[in-house]
Design a protein around this ligand. Sequence first.
Ligand code: ARG
Length: 456
Amino acid sequence: MALWGGRFESGPDALFKQFNDSLRFDYRLARQDIAGSVGWAKAIRRAGVISAEELASLEAALAGLAAEVEADPTLPARSDAEDIHSWVESRLIEKVGPLGKKLHTGRSRNDQVATDLRLWTRDEIDARLAELRDARRSLIDLAAREAGTVVSGYTHLQRAQPVLFAHWALAYAEMFERDAARLRDARARVNVCPLGSGALAGTAYQVDRQTLARDLGFAEPTRNSLDAVSDRDFVIETLAACALIAAHLSRLGEDLVLYSSQEFGFVEMDDAVASGSSLMPQKKNPDAAELIRGKAGRVNGALVALLTTVKGLPLAYNKDLQEDKEPLFDAMDNTSMSLRIVPRMLDTIKVRREACRRAAAGGYSNATDLADYLVSKGVPFRQAHEEVGAAVRHAISRGKAIEELPLEELRRFAPAAGPDVFAYVAIESGMARREVFGATGSTHVAKAIEAARARL
Ligand code: ARG
């Protein structure tokens, strides 16, 4: 049964109905639609539209409906109602008869859908926050396990300077911590209540919107009815936060794909999160890492899709806004999956400490330390840089590391070098000098691990 048949002489074209109906995706809002309906029933009771007895019957029927949906979440999707709001209302009428027809007094699907979607988004944000926390916990555990592992750090994907593997892991923990802050920030703007805004002009009934908002767990009611029914900023902000999470996951995925390749060989994924090739028997592919990299595309797509949808929409509600749900649901589902796979990957990852160290020791990663050494002997940095560059060029031509050059050979390029140079450019001493706040020195990183854990 459609909610709006009165004005129409004939029913909808079958293809149009298929095009227009949103139930096949918005059935996921059933719980929120029912909660919003309970809130509205109470509000119109307080406004004197229905009696206390009528409220009690509506509440009982809605509770029954909530239990049905809880037991079988796809139940609404199997009806041919237009959308979840129509489904809840028609089921209510089936349960309580004509009284069910009073519930929609002073309410519109426009304020209703905005309310439902805010309730849904709020819960999902809370779930993403918990998942981000688990991902951070897993990165911090990895950092603690690998607190003594030195690995090459890269810029331009060229070996740059040695860093602790723990420092690498904590870099991603930082990103996820910022992501959580962004989601919490978005949540504050999600958490306002549009109900009572009616179709666009505000409801004509004396509804106490402050109490209604509080009943539904919102911080406050929206302030402008035109804005309230047409605003999807809260979806876009949430998607923007998800897009950045997906970008961070994608970078983590890319690092892991590289590091698990035979060319790097820094890590090995557990069999449980890898897959093989149907043709090449030797293959073990880092699919989990690749997929969290790949998901970034569709999450970004969701953000761009909705930004494009709202651009140029006249006030207030337009049916275009029905297009908000699928991108939001898809982005949330996939951000969730990607976040949840992170602990599965990292808790079982094997770090090949020797290979990490070999990479840190190779590639002239201690060239900066040699320049710093020369500076300590009074050579101006720019000159030291020049001398070390020439020494590296020479070492490359001999197929040797800097520390493998005899002192006399090194002094041809860097005359200030003395016998203490070799201790100075050793990996451990280079790392030990990097103890400023935020750096990769092991004392600072140990503190950073504890601090990150405390912030969990
Ligand atoms: N299914 C619609 C949506 O998702 C609900 C609101 C419809 N309102 C209307 N006046 N047709 O946006």
